[in-house]
Design a protein. Sequence first.
Length: 82
Amino acid sequence: MSKTLYTREHDILLKVIRATRAKSGLTQAQCSAALGRPQSFISDVERGVRRLDIIQLRELCHVLNLSLPTFVKLLEDEIRRG
Protein backbone atom coordinates (compact mmCIF):
# COMPACT_ATOMS: atom_id res chain seq x y z
CA MET A 1 0.00 0.00 0.00
CA SER A 2 1.45 3.36 -0.99
CA LYS A 3 1.56 6.44 1.23
CA THR A 4 -1.54 8.60 0.92
CA LEU A 5 -0.18 11.85 2.30
CA TYR A 6 0.19 13.57 -1.08
CA THR A 7 -2.83 12.18 -2.88
CA ARG A 8 -5.89 13.96 -4.17
CA GLU A 9 -7.96 11.90 -1.73
CA HIS A 10 -5.92 13.16 1.23
CA ASP A 11 -6.38 16.75 0.07
CA ILE A 12 -10.14 16.11 -0.10
CA LEU A 13 -10.08 14.60 3.40
CA LEU A 14 -8.51 17.79 4.76
CA LYS A 15 -11.08 19.88 2.89
CA VAL A 16 -13.95 17.85 4.39
CA ILE A 17 -12.49 18.15 7.89
CA ARG A 18 -12.21 21.95 7.52
CA ALA A 19 -15.68 22.25 6.00
CA THR A 20 -17.42 20.13 8.64
CA ARG A 21 -15.73 22.04 11.45
CA ALA A 22 -16.69 25.37 9.90
CA LYS A 23 -20.25 24.19 9.30
CA SER A 24 -20.49 23.16 12.96
CA GLY A 25 -19.79 26.77 13.91
CA LEU A 26 -16.74 25.87 15.98
CA THR A 27 -13.43 27.66 15.74
CA GLN A 28 -10.23 25.67 15.72
CA ALA A 29 -9.68 26.70 19.35
CA GLN A 30 -13.17 25.60 20.42
CA CYS A 31 -12.90 22.31 18.58
CA SER A 32 -9.47 21.59 20.04
CA ALA A 33 -10.63 22.50 23.53
CA ALA A 34 -13.56 20.10 23.22
CA LEU A 35 -11.02 17.40 22.34
CA GLY A 36 -8.80 18.37 25.27
CA ARG A 37 -6.02 19.48 22.92
CA PRO A 38 -4.26 22.78 22.18
CA GLN A 39 -5.56 24.91 19.30
CA SER A 40 -2.54 23.92 17.25
CA PHE A 41 -3.83 20.33 17.15
CA ILE A 42 -6.75 21.11 14.82
CA SER A 43 -4.66 23.61 12.88
CA ASP A 44 -2.06 20.90 12.25
CA VAL A 45 -4.75 18.38 11.27
CA GLU A 46 -6.42 20.80 8.83
CA ARG A 47 -3.05 21.68 7.24
CA GLY A 48 -2.09 18.03 6.86
CA VAL A 49 0.83 18.30 9.28
CA ARG A 50 -0.77 15.87 11.72
CA ARG A 51 -2.73 12.77 10.75
CA LEU A 52 -5.62 11.34 12.72
CA ASP A 53 -6.10 7.71 13.54
CA ILE A 54 -9.61 6.28 13.31
CA ILE A 55 -10.32 6.76 17.03
CA GLN A 56 -9.25 10.41 16.87
CA LEU A 57 -11.40 10.92 13.77
CA ARG A 58 -14.35 9.38 15.61
CA GLU A 59 -13.77 11.75 18.55
CA LEU A 60 -13.58 14.72 16.17
CA CYS A 61 -16.83 13.67 14.52
CA HIS A 62 -18.47 13.46 17.95
CA VAL A 63 -17.36 17.03 18.75
CA LEU A 64 -18.76 18.15 15.38
CA ASN A 65 -22.10 16.39 16.11
CA LEU A 66 -21.54 14.10 13.16
CA SER A 67 -21.44 10.33 13.11
CA LEU A 68 -18.35 8.67 11.72
CA PRO A 69 -20.39 6.91 8.98
CA THR A 70 -21.89 10.26 7.96
CA PHE A 71 -18.42 11.79 7.78
CA VAL A 72 -17.18 8.91 5.63
CA LYS A 73 -20.17 9.34 3.31
CA LEU A 74 -19.39 13.05 2.95
CA LEU A 75 -15.78 12.17 2.19
CA GLU A 76 -16.73 9.53 -0.39
CA ASP A 77 -19.18 11.92 -2.06
CA GLU A 78 -16.48 14.60 -2.34
CA ILE A 79 -13.95 12.11 -3.72
CA ARG A 80 -16.46 11.00 -6.39
CA ARG A 81 -17.13 14.64 -7.32
CA GLY A 82 -13.40 15.10 -7.70
